[in-house]
Write a protein that binds this ligand. Structure first.
Ligand SMILES: [Fe+2]
Length: 212
């Protein structure tokens, strides 16, 4: 198993993420009404016509989604701030069976530098199939269960079924009314050292990853 001890800071998880919504009522209906998240804190500020609200939704483990709403919000920007294409339409495909041209023709899920591409909520591995059925029963358009795989070169590999030892994560994908890409995900095994061995790419790739 890859060693992953932080000797600099003792982080104890995510306190909150702060996505932006177009309508707080609609957002409460989705995250509290459909997904069941308790609303733990609500705040409002700003002058008339420029009101802002922040509602905290409990996602377990001491973590929250702090949804922000503003009367004079900046409009959504699919393809920049959020994916133009949804992962349920792309990751539902077995990329190991597609050609490079077919992969290039899929709807783009790229977003701008600094954006949050998607949000994955952690669930128990033995509940993801049940939770998929539950989302479907609630009328949510959700992907099939996606089995994330990796070989010793950190590349995805074809598998015969979800019980393959190559599987390290299971995911399902759907999206919220704001166009936020959501995922339920679960780790299915510990990762090996080889599975965290890639050199990072980019303009500054000269500065090697410090490994100790
Ligand atoms: Fe993900």
């Amino acid at each position: 198993m890859a060693e992953n001890a932080n000797t600099e800071f003792e982080f104890i998880g995510v306190n909150h993420l702060a996505p932006v919504c177009r309508d707080m009522r609609e957002t409460v209906d989705f995250y509290h009404g459909l997904l069941g998240m308790p609303v733990t804190t609500t705040t409002q500020f700003g002058p008339e016509g420029h009101e802002q609200q922040i509602f905290f939704f409990d996602i377990g483990g001491g973590c929250h989604l702090a949804f922000m709403w503003a009367a004079d919000a900046i409009p959504g920007a699919p393809g920049v701030a959020s994916p133009a294409g949804f992962l349920e339409d792309t990751m539902g495909r077995d990329l190991t069976k597609l050609t490079a041209e077919e992969i290039a023709a899929l709807p783009s899920t790229l977003t701008a530098i600094g954006s949050m591409n998607h949000l994955a909520l952690n669930v128990a591995p033995d509940r993801i199939d049940e939770y998929r059925e539950k989302l479907v029963a609630k009328g949510i358009d959700v992907s099939e269960v996606k089995y994330q795989t990796m070989d010793e070169n950190c590349r995805p590999v074809p598998i015969a079924d979800g019980s393959s030892p190559r599987v390290f994560m299971k995911s399902i994908y759907f999206h919220d009314p704001n166009g936020i890409q959501l995922e339920f995900a679960c780790w299915t095994r510990a990762m090996t050292e080889a599975e965290a061995s890639l050199s990072p790419l980019g303009a500054s790739s000269e500065s090697a990853l410090v490994s100790s």
